[in-house]
Design a protein around this ligand. Structure first.
Ligand SMILES: [Zn+2]
Ligand SMILES: [Zn+2]
Length: 221
């Protein structure tokens, strides 16, 4: 965050006070290092907030090492998740997917075992279950599918593919669940709606990955 000496005559959208006055958090914040009226500009998107407000926003979130601009959702830093320990294996199969007859198939296998929740999980020290593993997922083995695979590998390394929570299908709590990055778990059928053909799938999953800060730019760094 870049320090701004002359704040514009606008409201801070975090505390709704004007940027030329003190942060709405100046009384409640425990931080003594940042001045009440200090204003900062985010580097990539240029949005401006009280520095104290940004700090309060970060501290009230899940403190995952990243920060999202509240105005435009640009992600700063590298967001990491709480995915438990496991394994991601990749295989290639020659059989095509429905709707992708011109290429073979990438087969991803996720393996996660039950374990004990860590401090980053909803109930530290309590057991979590891992149902339906290994989970099998499929991508077309074409340039776009291979790009999605690289993004998924990065998302896996950042612990973003799964999390521990409540299963939306069974209602079971303290279990390993998908974390808002949809996967295709059916290869030759589409009974669950998580199968092929689905011409928009690769674009949709790239948007979901981008929402977690995983984009093509990260691969080139
Ligand atoms: Zn503010
Ligand atoms: Zn912004």
């Amino acid at each position: 965050m870049e320090n701004l000496q002359k704040p514009p005559e606008e409201d801070c959208i975090i505390c709704m006070e004007t940027l030329t006055s003190a942060s709405g958090y100046s009384e409640s914040s425990e931080c003594k290092k940042i001045k009440d009226s200090a204003v900062g500009k985010l580097k990539k998107c240029g949005h401006i907030f009280h520095q104290l407000c940004m700090l309060e926003m970060y501290n009230s979130g899940n403190k995952d090492g990243s920060l999202q601009c509240p105005a435009c959702k640009t992600i700063y830093g590298e967001k990491t998740g709480t995915q438990p320990r496991g394994k991601m294996d990749i295989f290639l199969i020659s059989q095509p997917l429905p709707g992708h007859q011109d290429c073979g198939t990438i087969h991803i296998v996720y393996t996660i075992s039950p374990g004990i929740q860590g401090p980053e999980h909803p109930n530290p020290g309590k057991q979590y279950t891992a149902r339906g593993f290994p989970r099998h997922c499929y991508l077309p083995d074409n340039p776009k599918g291979r790009l999605v695979l690289e993004l998924l590998k990065l998302a896996w390394a950042r612990r973003l593919i799964f999390t521990i929570g409540v299963s939306s299908t069974t209602g079971e709590s303290d279990t390993v669940v998908w974390n808002e990055i949809h996967h295709k778990t059916e290869m030759n059928s589409n009974i669950s709606g998580h199968g092929y053909p689905d011409p928009n799938y690769l674009d949709n999953v790239m948007a979901e990955l981008a929402a977690q800060g995983v984009t093509e730019d990260c691969l080139n760094m």
